[in-house]
Design a protein around this ligand. Structure first.
Ligand code: C2E
Ligand code: MG
Ligand code: MG
Length: 377
């Protein structure tokens, strides 16, 4: 009963004989990575559920179960072969000390282990003061810094400086993103308050990335306003970066929150613009201030005529909607110069400055003209 209780309607639970059961999961999706994560999560849930004490005629009885997991992706896979593989994985789980989940595929197993370990450490990261906020300047064509984007990193005691891509998506899956997001906003506002006293930096804005789960939190608006107030910073210096994917959910609710924050002076940028599914009507309706042209368009803007046209189109669209634009991921002087000729006036990328801790930020960035002889078309 406990087995069938946790699985989905379409899944199959069968007893092979003795104390061996088979659970067949459908609809785990096509992507082996996420399928393995989901299968692993479910196996863990079943393992925990089965480990709870039973009452047998008043006597508490404890049993534990070991799990062997094998993924398959086609109906042509030989069932006998699959069961054999699951059995091998099960054998490993038992050999590993029982009450465990083991995957047949060693690569998947390694991945699952890393994920579990990362999550365990990440839960402690804030208390252990392991998060770091880096800043990347956003500058105009002359190199004057207009503001910075705050980008989080995790200073892990063993792994070193972990980039956000290795823990932000994971944190988002398990609701760890809210405390991390709060930490980031707090650190960014604290930094803004310091820069407000600095003659060359008092005009800078700080952009903070926000994920869907954070925005969906019912306390999001109140929390952002409280944090800004607590640090006594000018709300118009705080910019929140959202992505197009976040607009696929409850658009009215999202819009309401954005409007409430915009009414207090906070601004919004649409990050990675051009990679998602923005409709023109969203763009017109949403209280946005800025589009950030995704790095993928900037990458081959010099060599791919399509990308140059896309950039040109985004710029004229932004002009029509009265939005400002930042080109992201600018890596060379040639790209910067060409983007300028297309009419772009704000830039972010390694060519100007990599993300660095606050104390290493320059007051302005040096822009070099493309070397003579290298023509820009
Ligand atoms: P993003 O918001 O689009 O940030 C831009 C990313 O591009 C940053 O990567 C930045 O370091 C990188 N970048 C900037 N210029 C260049 C360039 O010229 N070349 C190359 N190759 N890369 C460049 P990073 O810091 O690794 O962050 C990756 C993503 O993680 C961010 O993408 C953002 O979506 C997310 N992220 C970072 N910090 C936070 C955070 O505090 N909260 C949330 N929710 N997400 C965050
Ligand atoms: Mg961003
Ligand atoms: Mg981006």
């Amino acid at each position: 009963f406990r087995l069938t209780h946790e699985v989905l309607h379409n899944d199959t639970v069968a007893r092979l004989g003795g104390d061996e059961f088979v659970v067949l999961l459908g609809e785990l999706g096509r992507d082996p990575e996420s399928a393995s994560v989901r299968a692993g999560d479910l196996a863990d849930k079943l393992r925990e559920s089965l480990a709870q004490t039973y009452e047998l005629q008043g006597t508490p009885v404890a049993v534990s179960a070991s799990f062997g997991v094998v993924l398959f992706n086609s109906l042509t896979d030989n069932p006998h072969e699959l069961l054999k593989q699951a059995d091998m994985a099960l054998y490993r789980a038992k050999a590993g000390g029982r009450n465990q989940v083991s995957f047949f595929d060693p690569a998947l197993q390694a991945e699952i282990n890393v994920r579990a370990e990362t999550l365990r450490d990440l839960r402690l990261a804030i208390d252990r003061d392991e998060l770091r906020l880096f800043y990347q300047p956003i500058a105009d064509a002359s190199g004057r810094i207009l503001g910075v984007e705050a980008l989080v990193r995790w200073q892990h005691p063993v792994r070193g400086l972990v980039p956000p891509i290795q823990f932000i998506p994971l944190a988002e899956q398990v609701s760890l993103i809210q405390p991390i997001g709060k930490w980031v906003l707090d650190a960014a506002c604290k930094q803004l308050a310091e820069w407000a006293k600095h003659p060359k930096r008092s005009g800078w804005t700080v952009a903070v990335n926000v994920c869907e789960r954070e925005l969906n939190d019912p306390n999001f608006v109140a929390h952002v306003l409280q944090t800004i107030e607590a640090h006594g910073v000018e709300p118009s210096r705080v910019k929140l970066e959202i992505t197009e994917g976040m607009l696929l959910g409850d658009l009215d609710a999202t819009m309401g929150k954005m409007q409430a924050l915009q009414a207090r002076g906070i601004t919004f940028a649409l990050d990675d613009f051009g990679t998602g599914y923005s409709s023109l009507s969203y763009l017109r309706k949403l209280p946005l201030d800025q589009l950030k042209i995704d790095k993928s368009f900037v990458d081959d803007v010099l060599t791919d005529a399509n990308n140059a046209s896309i950039v040109r189109t985004i710029l004229s669209l932004a002009r029509a909607l009265e939005l400002s634009v930042i080109a992201e991921g600018v890596e060379t002087a040639e790209q910067m110069q060409f983007l300028t000729t297309l009419g772009n006036s704000a830039f972010q990328g390694y060519h100007l400055c990599k993300p660095v801790p606050a104390e290493l930020l320059p007051d302005s960035v040096a822009v070099v003209a493309p070397r003579a002889g290298e023509s820009v078309h």
